[in-house]
Design a protein around this ligand. Structure first.
Ligand code: NDP
Length: 300
């Protein structure tokens, strides 16, 4: 039987609708509008696209969107001042500093200067610690989106064998923590893992977050397993015409889909969920800041 395609685009639309409902309720019942500030340093074209998209979707769900676009040579002190002002701004409930930052800026220092309760990317060391100890935190958006799709597909994940390929701080590690939190037996694989195909073959859930185009073939996948492909890799696509490109994930879609029980496509899988979860985190942060009940189903 062909794998069920987990439609991240449709799921993200549902999440955005839930966020919009909650935003309208906050506005109507309490006169509060959640606010998200995005800080962009420099002119990286991909970052500019992301920031534009985040701003557009923030406004579409009824939230306030603020963008700070700073020059590439902005000093650390000036950037920290912008963040400090946002930390103290009661109309702003979420702050996101678009990564990567120019080389002269210390990314860890900058991220850890965001007030943890406004850290809607979930990268602040306090949120990392809270997640690792199973406490209420801000959860990184991409792994949160993966978890939501897995819960939606499976209901309970308890007792399932999960393999996360990749151990980055923004995807692999928090993904593993979330799966552990849902009582999976979790293996984190990385570039030094021995016998990776055998490790992956044991998994009921495979999350690929490697950054290597189509690295995982179908014969690594246990029949019926769920495959979540986080990878976003742009490849030349001369077959589509001169200078054309295409996006592929970290798994070989056709061969994995032939074996898996369910799979996320690229594009249209994990990608759209990431911004939807950013909006979800912002509304959650706003509720927490105001001592109001959090929206159900939008947090880990
Ligand atoms: P990183 O480069 O930070 O981490 C990649 C991880 O993959 C590392 O832990 C690395 O291991 C591991 N790895 C590399 N090569 C191999 C290999 N041959 N076998 C096993 N493991 C390997 O990437 P990110 O976590 O930031 O991103 C991963 C992918 O997800 C990228 O394609 C990125 O574009 C995408 N992404 C997508 C998002 C979305 O919204 N859908 C959001 C964020 C990322 P080691 O630690 O040993 O070097």
């Amino acid at each position: 039987m062909p794998a069920k395609i987990i439609d991240g685009k449709a799921f993200a639309a549902t999440v955005r609708a839930q966020v919009a409902d909650h935003v309208a309720k906050l506005e109507g019942d309490h006169g509060i509008t959640p606010g998200l500030a995005v800080v962009l340093v420099g002119e990286d074209p991909a970052s500019q696209v992301y920031v534009r998209s985040k701003g557009k979707q923030t406004v579409e769900v009824g939230m306030k969107s603020v963008e700070h676009k700073l020059a590439a040579d902005t000093s650390e002190a000036d950037l920290l001042k912008v963040i400090d002002d946002l930390n103290n701004n009661t109309e702003i409930h979420g702050i996101l500093v678009q990564l990567p930052l120019p080389k002269h800026l210390d990314e860890d220092l900058v991220i850890n200067s965001i007030a943890p309760e406004k850290d809607v990317d979930g990268f602040h060391i306090s949120n990392v610690g809270l997640l690792g100890t199973g406490q209420k935190s801000m959860v990184p958006c991409t792994p949160l989106g993966c978890l939501m799709m897995l819960r939606d597909h499976h209901g309970s994940l308890s007792g399932m064998d999960a393999v996360v390929i990749g151990r980055s701080n923004i995807v692999g590690k928090p993904m593993a923590q979330l799966l552990l939190g849902d009582s999976c037996t979790v293996t984190i694989a990385h570039s030094r893992t021995k016998d990776l195909p055998d490790v992956v073959r044991r998994a009921d859930i495979v999350v690929a977050a490697v950054g290597r185009p189509e690295m995982v073939p179908g014969d690594w996948i246990k029949p019926g397993a769920t495959v979540i492909d986080v990878g976003i890799n742009r490849l030349d696509a001369p077959e589509k015409g001169e200078g054309k490109t295409k996006l592929v994930g970290d798994v070989r879609y056709e061969s994995c889909a032939a074996v898996a029980g369910a799979i996320t496509p690229v594009p249209g899988g994990v990608g759209p969920m990431t911004i939807a979860c950013l909006l979800a985190n912002t509304v959650t942060a706003c509720c927490r800041a105001n001592g109001l009940p959090e929206p159900e189903g939008l947090t880990a």
